[in-house]
Ligand binder design. Structure first.
Ligand SMILES: Nc1nc2c(ncn2[C@@H]2O[C@H](COP(=O)(O)OP(=O)(O)O)[C@@H](O)[C@H]2O)c(=O)[nH]1
Ligand SMILES: [Mg+2]
Length: 201
């Protein structure tokens, strides 16, 4: 990995149960969203080369707050924002609804939000909730990228066509990723860095 993409600092800042608990934005924020169990924590750990920065959970849907991380990539300082997983069917209706406003308020309100990484399971494809989120981001004029993770679950010969079909479906850039093999790590880091450096101080 090139030096400019080296993550030389990665630390947990805080967990918030509501957007109002978050500190005023100091650095460009790069947010990660996706269905519960899609591999969001694994992706954050892989991208930062830290084994336990974001917990990898065997219990889907247990991350309920907004988690903030301080990340230094090369010369850039950014905040990673791990948003609560959505669409977990086992949760009670009131709790599922409670997640909606939290994510929605975050996406609407944060002035430092530079990019939303929408993580999709490459094996399962785009879920209804993912499509709705992408539409919502477009309506807000928020920049987004789709990352198809668990790509290792497809045989090599299928990976390119699967990614191409997904890119057509979502009409935006799709990065293939695997926390198992590290595939896509450099491409994603490079995009995150590029986005962060474009932000005004
Ligand atoms: N094969 C494979 N499994 C993965 C990958 N990423 C995550 N997983 C597994 O998927 C499960 C959920 O991962 P986790 O990162 O906790 O998902 P989260 O709920 O979205 O944060 C765990 O059992 C992980 O080991 C991947 O790239 N490939
Ligand atoms: Mg998680």
């Amino acid at each position: 990995m090139k030096d400019r993409l080296n993550v030389h600092e990665a630390s947990f800042v805080m967990s918030a149960r509501d957007v109002s608990e978050l500190p005023a934005p100091t650095f460009a924020e790069l947010a990660f969203a996706g269905k519960s169990n899609v591999g969001k924590s694994s992706l954050i750990n892989t991208v930062t080369s830290r084994r336990k920065l974001a917990r990898v959970s065997g219990t889907p849907g247990c991350t309920r707050g907004i988690n903030l991380f301080h990340i230094e990539i090369g010369d850039a300082v950014v905040h990673f924002v791990d948003l609560p997983g959505y669409g977990y069917a086992q949760r009670s209706k009131s709790e599922r609804l409670a997640w909606g406003p939290m994510i929605e308020n975050f996406l609407r309100q944060r002035v430092g939000l530079a990019l939303v990484v929408v993580i999709v399971d490459a094996r399962r494809g785009l879920a209804e909730e993912d499509a709705q989120l992408l539409d919502f981001l477009d309506s807000l004029g928020r920049e987004s990228v789709v990352v198809a993770t668990k790509l290792d679950k497809w045989p090599l010969s299928k990976q390119k066509p699967v990614l191409a079909a997904l890119a057509r479906e979502v009409g935006r850039k799709v990065i293939g990723f695997s926390a198992e093999t590290g595939e896509g790590k450099e491409a994603l880091l490079s995009l995150l860095l590029k986005t962060a450096l474009r932000q005004p101080e």
